[in-house]
Ligand binder design. Structure first.
Ligand code: GLY
Length: 305
């Protein structure tokens, strides 16, 4: 057994450890942990604590993959429902589809018994509006939201509040490798924008025979490179985990047009090795690690490339 997750996974990491220790298999223990993170308002990148889109609306993205069956469930731009990862799991369990977005995702969540509720914190609303006040001329502010939003999409990017994500990757007691992700996405994103967190192959991928990977930070990068899938495919082709991750990083590094920014890759192989690598996100990226040889989860520092 093994579990890794990004540094902001602390509210749910122990929940997942306990469920893995109890012998629970499949992606459910990961979703149980990530749901705790989504409910924790002090985690400012996901769930109730996340940031809204340009219109001041919360839109959640989440994905789940069972690496043994290679079944996937995901939701994108889901409104009014937390935890999004639990809705993604139900997409996997109940539908012949893998990804629902927007109104359809919300409708499905309510059919499953999730509650619709306010998800925008007053503090998030205040920070969002202050940002608009800073960027918009008075006439545009008065007309808001009936103005073109596209010109704003670069101007109001906030380096302190971008594209963070919660990811859990685990190997259960049966050797099954699984992945779960959740995020409120890029703060002040264009409405309807999906990042990589609901995109299997980009933000997450798992195959119990070979490995699993999940990414945080800039979804616009990993969607373009199919990063998570490329790592697992490299493992399938016989590369070591470090070689597989470094190949994915080298591929990201070849992007030179479009929006360019950092990515953090989390990865496991079927032999129990793990890698967490910070690409252009700086040296201070941390993550959580646990295996049964440890008495308690450890917070470790990612390799910087
Ligand atoms: N990695 C999260 C996002 O791009 O939304």
């Amino acid at each position: 057994m093994i579990l890794i997750a990004n540094s902001e996974a602390w509210p749910g990491f122990q929940t997942t450890v306990d469920r893995l220790r109890a012998g629970e298999r499949g992606p459910d223990p990961l979703v149980a942990g990530i749901s705790c993170v989504e409910r924790e308002v002090t985690v400012r990148s996901v769930g109730y604590g996340g940031w809204p889109n340009m219109l001041g609306e919360m839109e959640f993205d989440a994905g789940v993959m069972d690496g043994t069956t290679r079944q996937v469930g995901a939701v994108g731009a889901l409104r009014d429902v937390v935890p999004a990862s639990a809705v993604a799991l139900q997409v996997m369990r109940r539908l012949p589809h893998v990804l629902l977005t927007g109104d359809g995702a919300r409708r499905f969540a309510l059919e499953c018994g999730f509650a619709a509720e306010p998800t925008l914190l007053e503090d998030s609303r205040r920070v969002w509006w202050e940002r608009l006040e800073k960027e918009l001329p008075p006439a545009d502010l008065a007309a808001f939201p009936d103005i073109p939003l596209a010109p704003l999409s670069r101007a109001i990017t906030d380096p302190e509040r971008v594209r963070d994500t919660t990811v859990f990757l685990g190997q259960d007691s049966g050797g099954g490798l699984h992945a779960a992700t959740s995020t409120s996405g890029w703060a002040w994103k264009y409405p309807g924008r999906l990042g990589d967190s609901p995109i299997a192959g980009a933000g997450f991928y798992a195959d119990s025979r070979f490995g699993a990977a999940a990414c945080t930070h800039t979804g616009e990068m990993t969607v373009r490179c199919g990063t998570a899938r490329s790592i697992v495919l490299a493992l399938q082709l016989g590369r070591t985990l470090r070689e597989a991750v470094d190949l994915a990083v080298a591929d990201l590094a070849t992007l030179d047009l479009g929006f360019l920014a950092g990515v953090v890759i989390h990865a496991l192989d079927a032999q129990g090795n793990h890698e967490v690598v910070s690409f252009r996100c700086g040296p201070a990226i941390r993550y959580w690690y646990w295996d049964p040889s440890l008495t308690a989860p450890e917070e470790r520092v990612a390799r910087t490339v």
